[in-house]
Design a binder for this molecule. Structure first.
Ligand code: SP5
Ligand code: ZN
Length: 335
């Protein structure tokens, strides 16, 4: 299987995040991709597709914000990583504010997603890795892997959150449509609900979003990922959330996966994009499922039983020592 990655994805390295009322070391650190690279063998360099594919998902003003936020932060006399502290959730209206703190609030929804000096560059190349993997699949490969990092599934069209800045899977889905595919299914099996991806395609009937994740009643991102979110307008019925309780092991996960795969098969997509997070692993430090390394090939094989051309993109997974082995195990199942 061809795998794609760009070393510039290491430029992003925030030092800390706000979590449970304290600043703690940033969980989405560069040891993650290093662990994956050590385990999966050779990768190919991402090809630069420019920003046009990004603009099919993300508006110009959001890309401009991401590109300049860290410089604006420094220009305001600040040290360290740029992070917001006020969010416009009450009586919001489209004010054109220039102060960096106002812009950080406007374009984010949580306090755990700081912007460091290399953040835009890393997020840009993370998306380019996904687009390069998509090229392989559109070119006829049955499956390809994009080592996306930073991850993408919490990022909406114009906001960052949950360690995510640009939504690689969403950009790949739009690129596939632009390349002539008419129906795309996205299967998100990260531990956390892919709220950004859901939001981007919520009113779309040509992109099915299916997510298996920790019940947001108990886990991040709390406000989205509930079972009654089924899509709206043209997208009515094209969104399926399968929240699972803490402690879920392979048996429970596989039942939800069967439900997810049946819905995807019924949708009849031309292409599958699988958002893979290894934070479902039993030893993940911020998550509470009970999957083992040997479960990932089983899950990968189930997904390939759909017989669809498949692009797998990396999302979360924070048990760094085991991460590479978990990703390699999943990819083995996809072969
Ligand atoms: C892509 C993805 O998996 N995002 C997950 C975002 C979860 N953020 C909320 C939990 C933050 C826990 N941070 C603990 C850091 C310990 N060093
Ligand atoms: Zn996650």
């Amino acid at each position: 299987m061809r795998s794609f990655w760009d070393p510039r994805q290491l430029s992003h390295s925030p030092s800390k995040e706000l979590h449970n009322g304290a600043f703690v070391p940033y969980a989405e650190h560069i040891g993650r991709p290093k662990s994956i690279l050590a385990a999966i063998g050779a990768t190919e360099a991402a090809v630069d597709h420019g920003e046009e594919p990004l603009l099919r998902v993300h508006p110009r003003d959001y890309l401009d914000f991401l590109w300049s936020a860290h410089k604006d932060w420094r220009a305001a006399g600040r040290e360290g990583d740029a992070a917001g502290y006020v969010w416009p959730v009450v009586g919001r209206r489209p004010l054109d504010l220039s102060r960096i703190d106002a812009r950080l609030g406007r374009y984010s929804y949580d306090g755990g997603t700081p912007i460091a000096a290399g953040t835009f560059e890393s997020a840009y190349w993370s998306v380019q890795s996904a687009l390069s993997g998509l090229d392989a699949v559109i070119g006829g490969d049955p499956v390809a892997f994009a080592l996306c990092r930073p991850p993408g599934h919490h990022a909406g069209a114009d906001y960052m959150g949950g360690y995510c800045y640009l939504n690689s899977a969403a950009v790949a889905a739009e690129a596939a449509i632009a390349a002539g595919k008419s129906r795309i299914a996205i299967l998100d099996i990260d531990y956390h609900h892919g709220n950004g991806t859901q939001d981007i395609f919520y009113t779309r009937g040509d992109v099915l979003f299916v997510s298996i994740h920790a019940d947001p009643k108990y886990d991040y991102p709390f406000y989205w990922g509930h079972a009654d979110e089924e899509g709206a307008g043209d997208g009515e019925g094209a969104n399926l959330n399968l929240p699972l309780p803490r402690g879920t092991a392979l048996a429970g996960f596989a039942r939800a996966l069967d439900t997810a795969l049946a819905r995807i098969a019924a949708f009849g997509p031309d292409l599958l994009i699988c958002c893979y997070g290894a934070d479902t692993f039993t030893d993940d430090p911020i998550s509470f499922f009970d999957l083992q390394t040997i479960d990932y090939p089983v899950i990968g094989r189930s997904i390939m039983s759909l017989g669809l051309p498949t692009l797998a993109v990396m999302e979360g997974g924070y048990a760094t020592d085991a991460l590479g082995g978990n990703v390699a195990a999943f990819l083995e199942g996809l072969q």
